[in-house]
Structure formats: structure tokens, C-alpha cells
Design a protein around this ligand. Structure first.
Ligand code: SAM
Length: 449
């Protein structure tokens, strides 16, 4: 008779690092493994398969994975048969060098091989390890999506494009994700309709450069046309897309944002720097002035639009004056949200080859602190302007900090806390805003009298 351990389904612990695309990839990986009867656990110590879906954009993200791998290497109680897998961008970037440093890793699965993960795991469990899959057997693994695997019932990510053809000097993504590939508008619409039929009301379209969508396949595909098509899907209440590139914001896209009621008013448009010299070294292909003109045009065509951005501080050669130009731009635009990163030189990028990483860490940290403080003060003031208004809030569910309070988001992606029953999750409800901090709003549910 087989004992309990051989009878039970193998358990997978899957930890994800990095961006939304990585979280969607993990969902696809879960789908493939679930088909082979793997089950999932949140406890690493009871797993038969430990998998890390990794990020390579900054060294810090890789460092966290390396720490996990060292821990596993040192662990005395490695159960016999345990499989350790490194998936995604870090596996792709480091390749087999990673196996030299961490010989206890059994699987390297690159960003265009997720579709084969179940075969790779099976192969190692059958005694065939280690396996290295860093090719391109499935650049677009989204087709066989298992809807049951999505972590949130009412919200979903949908890939429309993968990879990146740009050559920003700081960025490792073209190397880890490969060239741009796109799905057809028909296929995307089919997936969105299936998700909506399964209870989804909030869809985020994903791409490395989401507004490059359509360029590769030619024909009539574009982000603007796709938004118009999806805006007609009954039951889809909120439609988002991340992340856009400034030079590819077309008049058609702006008009689609103005016309489509389901498209949120949050527009994520990374600027990276406010200094023209710095933007040139980054090879971004625009200037601070052209970015500001774009912001102005966007705000005139789509008055409700609220802009978010990404900024890198301490990029190679960034002088005090260049950083001051970034501060001035952030002050002028008044973003609803800004993600601020300290420059991290990445192996294999043009910046690594051509530009020294010459801004001292303390200077990067100081600039990071200063910009965060400025952004916080802008957010606090702008959030306080919402006090007294009634916001349409899409309810996520109970707040992580306090289960008695619900958390949701406005169309401009502001977090709102208020009291209400869990049954409101997935619904859009009116909330009268009573208070605000830099990070969130709070208020009371408006009930019909
Ligand atoms: N593809 C998008 C684009 O270029 O607009 C964003 C992709 S990236 C995953 C997200 C953000 O990470 C970038 O917008 C940038 O601000 C930041 N980033 C990318 N490479 C970086 C690096 N080497 N050091 C620090 N931050 C970096």
C-alpha cells in the first residue's frame, strides 16, 4: 500500500517578485501545474516544489531571491525529492551561471518558457534534473489561461503585449523579456468576455509598452481601437492599461480615453527624469518640454485624467542641477502617484557598457528621500481636496490592516477606506470622503435614503 506521502498530490510553494506581468505569469504557471494535479501551499516548509518567479529590473529584487536560495542551500532538512525552480526574468538574465552559484536549483525556466513549466517539473520529479529552459517555446503563454487561478474574483490582468523593442540604456527588460510580441484584438476580447462572464468587473491590460500595441502586427490593431472594443463589453466597469511610453501617446488614444466610460482616469506615464541631458543618456527619445506639452494636451482632451509616473534618481552622471530639473517637473505636473527608484546598474544594459554608475549611494538615497517627501506633500494636498466629495469606489474587500474596514479604489486609483459589509466586494459604491492622508482617503458609504 502506498503511504500518505506518496498518495497525496504534490504541493507547490510559488513566490512572486516584481511587476504585474510577473503576477499574471505566476497565475498562468499555477494553471499549468493545476492541470497536472499539483496543489498550492503558502507554507514553504511543507512544499514538494519551491518556485520563485523573479524580477531583474533592480539588483535589490534579485538580492531577495538570492537570499531565499542561500537559505534553502543552508537548510539541513531538505526533504528528499524537493524540487527548487527559478522562473522568469532573473533566470533569463543569469542563465546557467545561476546554477553554478546555486547547484541545488533544479529548474531554470525563462520568460518565454512558462507554458512548459508542468513538463519541466514533472521531468525533474521523475529524476531528470537539472533542467534549463531559456529558449522561446512559448512567448505568449496566455492562451490556455485557467480562469479559476486568478487571485481576485472581480479583478484580472490581461496581457496584450509582451517584450520590448526599445533600448532605454538603464533597462534590462528587452534582454530578459525579448522582442515585442502581441495578441490579436479578437483573442484579447474573447479573454476579457470570458473573465467578465466569470465575475470580473475590473480589467488591467498589460504590456511592457502597452501603447506600442498594434505596431508589430500591423493591420488595424492599436490600443485606442482595443479600448473602444472592450468598452462595449457589458458588465466591464473599469478598464486600465499599464505601462505607456510618452512618445507613443497618439491623438487617437487620447480621444479613446475621453470617449470610453469604462476607461479609468488613471494614466501611468513614466517620465524617468526631468533633465534633458539625463533623458538623452537614458535614450528615452523625448525632452522634459515635450513631456510637459503631452501632459497639457492630455489634460485638455481628457479633463478627468490623473497622471502617475516612474522616476529614476541617481542615474549615471546625474548632477545636482539635473536632479533639480526632475524636482521641478514633479512639482509642476502634480502626479497622483509617483514610483521613485534609485538607479541600479544592470548587467547587459547599454548603461553598464557605456556609462559609469557614478552617483554615490548616499546621494541616491538623499535624492530618493527628497523626491518622496515632495511627492507625499503633493499627494496629501491633492487628496485633501477630495474631502467632502462623493467618490465612486470599486470595493476590493476587507482592508489588510483592519478587517472591520473595507478598502477600495477610485477611478484615479486612490485607496479609500470605509465601513461596510464584505458582500460589497466587487461592487462600485458611492463613498463620501471625510478625511485624507498622503496615501489614502477615508469616508462613509452613502446609502440611499
Ligand atoms: N516598460 C516600462 C517603461 O519603460 O516605461 C516600465 C518597466 S520597469 C519594469 C518599471 C520601472 O522600473 C521603470 O519605469 C523605471 O522607472 C524603473 N527601472 C527600470 N530599470 C531600472 C534600473 N536599472 N534602476 C532603477 N530603476 C529602474
Amino acid at each position: 500500500m502506498p503511504d500518505d506521502a506518496t498518495m497525496r498530490a504534490p504541493r507547490v510553494f510559488l513566490e512572486t517578485f516584481g511587476c504585474q506581468m510577473n503576477f499574471l505569469d505566476s497565475e498562468l504557471v499555477r494553471g499549468r501545474l493545476a492541470k497536472r494535479s499539483y496543489v498550492f501551499t503558502s507554507r514553504r516548509d511543507e512544499a514538494d516544489v519551491i518556485a520563485f518567479n523573479t524580477c531583474a529590473v533592480r539588483d535589490h529584487a534579485e538580492e531577495r531571491v538570492r537570499a531565499r536560495l542561500w537559505e534553502l542551500k543552508r537548510s539541513k532538512e531538505r526533504p528528499p525529492g524537493l524540487v527548487i525552480a527559478v522562473l522568469g526574468c532573473m533566470a533569463q538574465r543569469e542563465g546557467e551561471a545561476l546554477l553554478e552559484r546555486f547547484p541545488h536549483v533544479d529548474i531554470l525556466c525563462g520568460t518565454r518558457e512558462f507554458g512548459r513549466i508542468h513538463d519541466l517539473v514533472d521531468r525533474v520529479r521523475d529524476g531528470g534534473g537539472p533542467v534549463v529552459a531559456l529558449g522561446e517555446s512559448e512567448p505568449m503563454p496566455d492562451l490556455e489561461r485557467d480562469l479559476a487561478q486568478r487571485p481576485r474574483r472581480h479583478a484580472a490582468f490581461v496581457t496584450i503585449q509582451r517584450g520590448c523593442d526599445r533600448a532605454c540604456t538603464f533597462c534590462v527588460v528587452p534582454r530578459t523579456r525579448g522582442p515585442e510580441v502581441e495578441r490579436s484584438m479578437d483573442e484579447i476580447e474573447r479573454e476579457v468576455r470570458a473573465l467578465v462572464a466569470d465575475g470580473v468587473v475590473d480589467v488591467t491590460l498589460l504590456g511592457q509598452i502597452v501603447n506600442a500595441y498594434g505596431r508589430k502586427s500591423g493591420g488595424d490593431a492599436s490600443l485606442a481601437r482595443l479600448l473602444r472594443r472592450l468598452d462595449r463589453v457589458a458588465g466591464l466597469r473599469r478598464l486600465r492599461f499599464i505601462t505607456s511610453f510618452p512618445t507613443l501617446v497618439t491623438p487617437e488614444l487620447m480621444q479613446a480615453l475621453a470617449d470610453c466610460g469604462s476607461v479609468v482616469s488613471y494614466f501611468h506615464l513614466p517620465v524617468q527624469s526631468g533633465s534633458n541631458a539625463c533623458l538623452k543618456r537614458m535614450a528615452r527619445g523625448y525632452t522634459a518640454e515635450s513631456y510637459l506639452r503631452l501632459v497639457e494636451r492630455l489634460r485638455s482632451v481628457v479633463p478627468r485624467v490623473e497622471l502617475a509616473t516612474d522616476v529614476i534618481v541617481g542615474f549615471s552622471g546625474e548632477s545636482d542641477a539635473e536632479f533639480a530639473a526632475t524636482v521641478a517637473l514633479v512639482r509642476q505636473v502634480e502626479f497622483v502617484q509617483a514610483f521613485i527608484f534609485k538607479y541600479s546598474q544592470r548587467p547587459g544594459t547599454a548603461a553598464e557598457r557605456l556609462l559609469p554608475d557614478d552617483v554615490a549611494l548616499e546621494v541616491k538615497e538623499e535624492r530618493n528621500r527628497a523626491l518622496l517627501a515632495l511627492q507625499e506633500s503633493i499627494q496629501r494636498r491633492r487628496n485633501r481636496e477630495r474631502i467632502g466629495t462623493i467618490e465612486e469606489v470599486l470595493v476590493d474587500g476587507p482592508s489588510r490592516r483592519d478587517r472591520r474596514v473595507l478598502a477600495g479604489r477610485t477611478t484615479a486609483n486612490r485607496i479609500v477606506h470605509f465601513r461596510g459589509g464584505e458582500e460589497l466586494a466587487g461592487r462600485i459604491v458611492p463613498v463620501r470622503i471625510g478625511d485624507a492622508t498622503a496615501l489614502s482617503l477615508s469616508g462613509e458609504l452613502v446609502t440611499a435614503t
